[in-house]
Write a protein of this length. Structure first.
Length: 561
């Protein structure tokens, strides 16, 4: 395995050392540009700022274009790897994302530990470069760029902290169970990298909040042209996430409320829109990433190695015949029990195919599937093609192809989609949870107001299953259910399981989870604590690691609801 992360962090440190040196040096006449030369090139700063978010999706950063691996999707792949380690997403055919669903080959010596490490520290390196170029007191024209770098660095470390720490902040601020990953900043030197221990929760979240304080200040007054870079509202939203994780409920409520300004909750019609559903920003999107028509993930491998290929199932099998979810039998499904807990009056239920359709004859199936798509035979084909499953129940239609009929007939149009990173609905749910943890009646009121935007018949108290864990209140369980349904497929599932210290349930009567991997866990599974890649611990002598993940090895006994 190549030692990619050491190269990345070393480059970060060398860049920092070059920019902070007090010694005047003469640039040698060589073919290699110095850091100062690059920084002083026309447009260099703006290009460096753009680089922070331009590689979140669309490029094959880990393996390169020649391999076009389906798990080399950037941030969208991180969503999938996290969510399928839990219970809400089912992966019926074991192929590209097998290892995260079955919990195999995730130890420190395997590439599946290297992938998130390479991606996240590469993105952090881009942030550090911008912060170095801007300096401690950015020039007026560089303030927004520096603010973007601080906000995104906080975003990346927030993900890393939640993926790698064994215990959330509220349960372990210091000590072995609290450590997540080493912090590498613009001032980290090459010597530091060899002795850079994993930060404790206390130190990591203080660092994240410090970056967000700077972002909040630097982004004040910045008016962006789209949602693909953060502005001050996103800094507020990230603070809301951070304080929720830390269980600092007053601040979580405060910043979730601040983040909502200027945004509108999606209507049921927007949420379920057959043309624009979750493929382009609307008034609810606070931050997103987007594919471009000339991205490698679109141009290479018939666009099959892209987010749209695994999450959009409406691609004409008779024209393009492409798409892992649509035509190659490898979609991601919603967990059957979660689906069945969604009332028929809740608009979000329309985003997933009813399991009852599998009991119909083919003509009746096609008629029933017309309620989900203009092309019901394509949806039937996607289900029948699903290897080891062969059904339509649970197929997702939350994420629609782009470009209407043209996109449904041509994946080079259909898969050029945007992917949400933060929506205002999350802020409403954070506000409700935070309020309720201080005053339950107030939290119930806020939660009910939100839930009624999805289901006018919603009645509080019908979605508070505790599963194995009874340490969280019925109120918090109700919020958790709303988050599971609202944010399905958006990379939040594992974070909530760890934050709330929930178990998982895949084995139950009627489950649609894959036979052999119907794991139940009464406590939060240790496999959700990712391992640090071995090359980091080989060269960073003060870096410890998490245990190599283990799994039950067979189906668990069926859980009785």
């Amino acid at each position: 395995m190549k030692n990619k992360i050491f190269t990345l962090v070393a480059a970060t440190a060398m860049l920092s050392a070059a920019n902070t040196s007090c010694i005047e040096e003469i640039d040698p006449q060589t073919s290699t540009a110095t850091v100062e030369q690059v920084a002083n090139a026309p447009g260099a700063f703006n290009n460096a700022v753009a680089a922070i978010t331009s590689t979140l999706c669309g490029e094959f950063i880990y393996d390169g274009n020649d391999n076009a691996d389906l798990y080399d999707l950037g941030l969208p792949a991180m969503y999938l790897t996290r969510d399928i380690m839990g219970q809400d997403i089912v992966y019926p055919y074991q192929n590209w994302y097998t290892y995260w669903y079955t919990i195999q080959y995730m130890g420190p010596s395997y590439r599946f530990s290297q992938i998130p490490w390479t991606y996240y520290y590469g993105w952090i390196k881009s942030c550090n470069e911008v912060i170095t170029m801007a300096g401690e007191t950015p020039a007026p024209e560089q303030r927004a760029g520096a603010g973007i770098a601080y906000a995104m660095r906080a975003y990346f470390y927030m993900d890393l902290a939640r993926m790698f720490a064994q215990k959330p902040y509220a349960l372990a601020k210091t000590g072995e169970a609290s450590v997540s990953v080493p912090i590498v900043t613009e001032s980290t030197t090459l010597a530091d990298l060899a002795h850079n221990p994993r930060a404790t929760n206390e130190d990591m979240w203080a660092f994240i909040l410090s970056d967000l304080d700077k972002a909040e200040t630097l982004l004040k007054g910045y008016e962006r042209t789209d949602v693909y870079t953060p502005d001050q509202s996103v800094a507020y939203g990230l603070k809301a996430r951070a304080y929720q994780w830390m269980e600092d409920w007053p601040n979580a409520e405060k910043y979730a409320k601040l983040a909502q300004e200027g945004y509108t909750i999606m209507t049921p019609a927007q949420y379920t829109d057959w043309n624009d559903g979750f493929n382009k920003p609307n008034g609810a999107w606070m931050l997103g990433m987007t594919y471009k028509a000339d991205d490698p993930q679109i141009l290479f491998n018939d666009a099959d190695s892209s987010w749209g290929s695994v999450m959009c199932i409406e691609i004409n099998p008779n024209v393009s015949g492409c798409g892992y979810a649509a035509n190659y039998g490898q979609p991601f499904l919603i967990d059957r029990h979660l689906y069945e807990t969604i009332p028929a009056t809740d608009c979000r239920k329309q985003c997933y195919v009813d399991f009852a359709i599998d009991n119909m004859g083919e003509d009746d199936q096609i008629a029933a599937l017309a309620a989900y798509s203009k092309h019901p035979t394509w949806i039937l084909n996607a289900g029948q093609s699903t290897k080891g499953y062969g059904k339509v129940g649970g197929l997702p239609l939350k994420f629609r192809t782009n470009g209407g009929e043209a996109g449904r007939d041509n994946q080079y149009i259909g898969f050029v989609v945007a992917v949400p990173m933060m929506r205002v609905e999350e802020m409403y749910l954070i506000e409700a949870e935070a309020a309720g943890m201080q005053d339950e009646a107030r939290g119930i009121q806020l939660l009910t107001e939100f839930a009624k935007t999805r289901d006018a018949n919603y009645t509080y108290g019908t979605h508070n299953e505790a599963y194995y864990n009874t340490s969280t209140s019925a109120f918090q369980n109700e919020v958790w259910w709303q988050r599971r349904v609202e944010l399905w497929g958006e990379g939040m599932a594992t974070f909530d399981i760890k934050r709330l210290q929930k178990g998982i349930i895949r084995s139950y009567a009627g489950t649609n989870h894959t036979d052999g991997y119907r794991y139940n866990s009464e406590t939060t599974p240790e496999w959700m604590n990712l391992c640090i890649v071995q090359t980091e611990t080989n060269y960073n002598y003060d870096c410890t690691n998490n245990p190599d993940p283990a799994h039950p090895g067979k189906n668990s006994a069926e859980y009785k609801w």
